[in-house]
Design a protein around this ligand. Structure first.
Ligand code: SF4
Length: 227
């Protein structure tokens, strides 16, 4: 059930993002990385609503679902603003020699994530002051100990997670009241959506991230957020 719109939460979110953007102006500015998840759509809405000086980018790994590409286009149309694509280095992609190795070992899979996600993102974050993310504690036990504002030593950047404490009802309420585009895969059993070769739908009783790299027993992160 979707609750009545929680305008207070949304107002607080818009103001929080404006404050972060203003604080970080002198340190290189803020980047929001969106995968067009519901969380990222709400953060994008809050950036646009408040006119915050935040760059919105998305990783184009080459293996996005067609539905995700359609959501990307719908989002740009909805907000009237381009969302910059971060693409991998072509020579590095060729060196991966296809997708077979991602299923053969975690090392092979992480090598693909490194080329298609980590390296393009590292270039986009270079010189920036802060990174805005849509992480929530509810996503994964790995994220239970995260703080809303933290310094990520691996990336050498300040990270902000304004939705960290949001529950599913708050999120669905915000999506309904803002009218942001929603990836249709969410209603087809995909609570968490990544690259097509590495994402499957989950059953109602399964962990929301069980469909990500489902053939691996423990690692459910791609290296963007270690938790
Ligand atoms: S999620 Fe899968 S296809 Fe996408 S970059 Fe990582 S290993 Fe490669």
């Amino acid at each position: 059930m979707v609750l009545a719109p929680n305008t207070t939460s949304l107002d607080v979110l818009v103001r929080e993002i404006e404050t972060i953007a203003t604080e970080q102006l002198k340190s290189g500015g803020v980047v929001l990385t969106t995968s067009f998840s519901k969380e990222d759509q709400i953060l994008t809405w809050a950036v646009m609503e408040g006119g915050a000086d935040v760059e919105v980018v998305s990783l184009d790994t080459g293996y996005l679902f067609p539905a995700t590409r359609q959501t990307w286009e719908a989002t740009q149309l909805h907000f009237g603003r381009e969302i910059r694509a971060l693409r991998p280095n072509e020579a590095e992609v060729v060196s991966l020699d296809g997708l077979d190795r991602i299923y053969q070992s975690t090392e092979g899979r992480k090598q693909c994530c490194s080329v298609r996600k980590i390296q393009p993102l590292r270039a986009a974050l270079a010189g920036k002051g802060a990174w805005l993310t849509g992480l929530r504690r509810a996503h994964s036990p790995n994220r239970a100990a995260m703080e809303r504002r933290e310094r990520d030593a691996a990336w050498g950047i300040l990270k902000f997670h304004p939705l960290l404490e949001w529950d599913d009802q708050m999120l669905d309420s915000a999506v309904a009241s803002t009218g942001v585009p929603v990836n249709p895969l969410h209603s087809m059993g995909y609570p968490s959506i990544g690259c097509a070769p590495c994402t499957r739908p989950v059953l109602p009783h399964e962990d929301p991230r069980a469909g990500r790299w489902w053939w691996e027993s423990s690692s459910k992160e791609c290296g963007l957020h270690r938790g």
